[in-house]
Design a protein around this ligand. Structure first.
Ligand code: CP
Ligand code: NVA
Length: 325
């Protein structure tokens, strides 16, 4: 705890980026200071202290995929910071009828103070950010889900009192948005990370290479294996995610076959540390990637994790939209 408590001293996180697209773009200092600010905002919210950090500011929320947590936590987060959010389903705006990403980004930049985007290709959000003059926040792409991983890190910090030196094990689809953002995030905060996935579902090579580079600076290790028992050995944190992500529905049957030996269940968790915590970004499929006795059992912290979307994102919104330029 000692070596990270210095981040607690930073009152308003100083973020150099305009956008929040991946955790690879953020430094250890930025991530830790956002997490400590999230803890503070959470404490204040529980005490009923109102905020006006984003008074008069408006966040646009563009969704090209479904959402429960992301939509509600961003909308409520803006409200609690004194601002306002506008939900923009791609079915209803002209983007869904072929208006270009660049025109949409330029137009919205004239009305709102920030845009959260949930979309398919990661290139789309990069294009958005390139043409928007306001902050663009990633609410999930096929490649990354950094807002979720900030909530995951916040939850781990709350339960374990530290991040650096802990071991996080991810079982399942190593090539999806959660695996990639966990690789980025754990590497930056000094956590060891192991991934167990079936052959052919290994993480993106470039993301892995960059995470390994960041991890080596912090002295932590990354293991990618096809052996779940090897991956989960002595893990402090066990994580999984759906086997079929949004947009992959046609592959669902094949994936059920491919992932059948990569379920988080009691037998596998015997190999983790006895006080491990279990995380899942949700939505979950009990009986597929995780058994009910694990996700609904004593090691599971999934609902604290879901709540922490709100607090982690408030810190991000406050830092990016509240920035004095
Ligand atoms: N975890 C997560 O992003 O949930 P939603 O898809 O409900 O937003
Ligand atoms: N990997 C999942 C995460 C859902 C929050 C998906 O993309 O569907």
């Amino acid at each position: 705890m000692n070596h990270i408590s210095k981040w607690q001293q930073i009152e308003t996180p100083r973020i150099t980026q305009k956008d929040f697209l991946t955790l690879a773009d953020y430094s250890t200092e930025e991530i830790m200071s956002l997490l400590y600010d999230a803890l503070e905002l959470k404490k204040q919210q529980k005490m009923g202290i109102p905020h006006s950090h984003l008074s008069g500011k408006v966040l646009g929320l563009i969704f090209e995929k479904s959402s429960t947590r992301t939509r509600v936590s961003f909308e409520v987060g803006m409200l609690q910071l004194g601002g306002h959010a506008i939900f923009l389903s791609s079915k209803d705006i002209q983007l869904g009828r072929g208006e270009t990403v660049s025109d949409t980004a330029k137009v919205l930049s004239r009305y709102v103070d920030g845009i959260m985007v949930r979309t398919f290709e990661h290139d789309t959000i990069e294009e958005f950010a390139k043409h928007a003059t306001i902050p663009v926040i990633n609410g999930l792409t096929d490649l990354h889900h950094p807002a979720q991983v900030m909530a995951d890190l916040l939850t781990i910090l709350e339960y374990k009192g530290k991040l650096a030196g802990l071991k996080l094990c991810y079982i399942g689809d190593g090539h999806n948005n959660m695996a990639h953002s966990l690789l980025d995030g754990t590497a930056k905060v000094g956590m060891h990370m192991s991934i167990a996935c079936p052959e052919g579902y290994e993480p993106n090579a470039l993301i892995t290479q960059n995470a390994k580079k960041a991890a080596s600076k912090m002295g932590n290790k990354i293991l990618i294996t096809n052996d779940p028992i090897r991956a989960i050995k002595d893990a402090d944190v066990v994580v999984t995610d759906v086997w079929t992500s949004m947009g992959q529905e046609k592959e669902a049957e094949q994936r059920l076959q491919d992932f059948k030996d990569f379920q988080v269940n009691q037998g596998l968790c015997e190999h983790a540390k006895s006080d491990f915590i279990f995380l899942h970004c949700l939505p979950a499929h009990r009986g597929e990637e995780v058994t009910a006795d694990i996700i609904d059992g004593p090691h599971s912290v999934v609902f604290d994790e879901a709540e922490n979307r709100l607090h982690a994102q408030k810190a991000i919104l406050k830092a990016l939209l509240g920035k004095k330029s």
